[in-house]
Design a protein around this ligand. Structure first.
Ligand code: PLP
Length: 378
């Protein structure tokens, strides 16, 4: 059997990793400033993470959600404490798309409505309702097409107010920082308006923090820079440092009922152990603060690099927009300097999404390689 060929691949086979370093099968070393697409939060193969998962596997790896799994409650408590959402409820699943599907479903159950407001350049996943709410028609199969999604311009509060006036909207879904769209930060006032308008019109506000959450923005959640409290918050990527685990944080005003949501694998022992290990390391090593400091350093230095038009970001979610398409530069960074970076739907934007414990020396290595390559090609 062959693999279904949906990914263009780099000709690289990583076999070992530690912190922000990867090694391929020939022992060649790479610097990972992409974090496997913002997934690696506490660094590859962190010893505490390896130990906690190993210990858990030696006890019990899986049973279904029909029994008590105390690690789920432990995770909910730790996550509530570190994120500032102690009064919220947690539903555990396995991936970002699933988190958003469940958030939309909850909003629809709770309000009895069908319509969802989403924004230009958004990305919310590749399944059913969330791919329909993703602003990329090439990803939407006929079976996913629906009239329930209303796309509005990003940062346009007046358009949102107008759409909400029909009183048919169940939810507004917005990323804490748009990732795939090219690192676009919602205006503080826009997020505050969304919170206010959703309340006024009986809709729920869903913050998709799948990429921007878990400390990456220099606060636990990116929307906390705007001081708002959404009804639903979705999390995935950095939550498990590579173990598939995701969640929906649910306002105390949304009551649960048995059978409302469900999952086979969500919240299993190993997923909880991975997620707990991540939070423990984040707390012990002050990684949210490191993300804020290293991100500020990276952005300040990146603004002065040759060929750079604009630098957007918060913490370690950084988009460097070039004057020209960035694909040749990303390729040269990888081929000549062994540095992984990310792309975006905006072809001129390089995304830098390193582990939250990336060091200044690692950032300097990137900045020097970048400057050398751009000067060389000028
Ligand atoms: C903001 C955002 N939402 C949702 C998703 C989908 O997550 P997953 O690939 O785990 O389904 C992604 C993935 O890139 C994302 O960046």
């Amino acid at each position: 059997m062959n693999l279904f060929d949906v990914y263009p691949l780099f000709d690289i086979t990583p076999v070992k990793a530690l912190g922000s370093t990867l090694w391929d099968e020939n022992g060649t070393e790479y610097l990972d400033l992409y974090g496997g697409h913002a997934v690696i939060s506490i660094g590859h193969s962190h010893p505490h993470y390896v130990q906690r998962l190993t210990d858990q596997l030696n006890n019990i790896g899986f049973y279904s959600n029909s029994v008590k799994i105390p690690q789920q409650q432990e995770l909910a408590e730790k996550l509530g404490k570190l994120s500032g959402y102690e009064d919220y409820q947690l539903f555990l699943i396995n991936s970002g798309a699933e988190a958003n599907e469940n958030a939309l479903k909850l909003a629809s159950f709770h309000t009895g409505r069908k319509k969802v407001i989403s924004f230009s350049k958004s990305f919310h996943g590749r399944t059913s309702a969330v791919v329909a709410a993703t602003d990329d028609r090439s990803l939407v199969a006929p079976v996913n097409e629906t009239e329930n999604i209303i796309f509005l311009p990003f940062n346009d509060s007046a358009a949102v107010e107008e759409a909400l006036a029909t009183n048919e909207v169940a939810a507004i879904i917005v990323e804490g920082i748009q990732g795939v769209g090219g690192v676009n930060i919602p205006a503080v006032k826009f997020l505050q308006n969304l919170e206010k308008l959703a309340k006024k019109h009986g809709a729920l506000l869903i913050l998709d923090e799948i990429q921007s959450g878990y400390g990456r923005s220099g606060k636990f959640f990116a929307h906390q820079h705007a001081g708002i409290r959404p009804d639903l918050i979705t999390i995935a990527k950095g939550m498990g440092n590579g173990f598939p685990v995701a969640g929906v944080l649910i306002s105390p005003e949304i009551p649960a009922r048995h059978g409302m949501l469900g999952t086979t694998f969500g919240g299993n022992y190993l997923a909880c152990a991975a997620a707990l290990a991540v939070l423990e390391v984040m707390e012990q090593e002050n990684l949210v603060e490191n993300a804020s400091n290293m991100g500020a350093y990276l952005m300040e230095k990146a603004k002065a690099l040759p060929g750079v038009r604009e630098v957007r970001g918060q913490g370690l979610m950084v988009g460097i927009e070039m004057e020209t398409p960035c694909a040749p530069l990303r390729k040269a960074l990888l081929d000549e300097y062994r540095i992984f970076t990310g792309s975006a739907s905006n072809k001129n934007t390089i995304r830098v999404l390193p582990a939250l414990n990336v060091t200044k020396a690692e950032i300097d290595r990137f900045l020097e390689a970048f400057a050398a390559l751009v000067s060389q090609s000028a």
